[in-house]
Ligand binder design. Structure first.
Ligand code: 5GP
Ligand code: ZN
Length: 113
């Protein structure tokens, strides 16, 4: 399958890793939009948030435990934003579900645009 994030999981594409365990990987975004911009993914290929089911949601729950740990490790004590872009209208460019951790300075107050 031609999936950039699956290739990162396999090590075929290098990444600057922040966290890794058996089911979840986190790495710095290649084009950071904030001082801290980390991508957190399940290692298993789930296309988007629209594909979360009772069968695969445990790893998504674990993703959020990992997000809390990374935020602590990176010193985001004053807060941060987690973003998931889903599908065409949601602006998802990589079709492997991922969560952006954005922080390191105060984010804009608007949710979109
Ligand atoms: P999306 O727009 O799909 O929510 O976010 C995809 C994100 O993945 C973008 O912020 C983009 O910069 C990042 N990205 C795309 N390709 C790579 C890559 O090869 N390595 C890393 N570290 N980030 C990538
Ligand atoms: Zn994938």
């Amino acid at each position: 399958m031609d999936c950039i994030f699956c290739k990162i999981v396999k090590g075929d594409i290098p990444s600057n890793k922040v966290y890794e365990d058996d089911t979840v990987l986190a790495f710095h975004d290649i084009a950071p939009q904030m001082p801290v911009h980390v991508i957190v993914i399940p290692k298993t290929h789930i296309e988007s948030a629209a594909e979360i089911t009772a069968e695969n949601s445990a790893v998504i729950s674990h993703v959020f435990e990992v997000i809390a740990k990374i935020a602590k490790d990176l010193g985001l004590d004053n807060g941060f934003r987690v973003i998931n872009n889903c599908g065409e209208d949601g602006g998802q460019t990589v079709k492997h579900i991922h969560f952006h951790i954005l922080g390191g300075e105060k984010l804009g107050e608007k949710l979109v645009k």
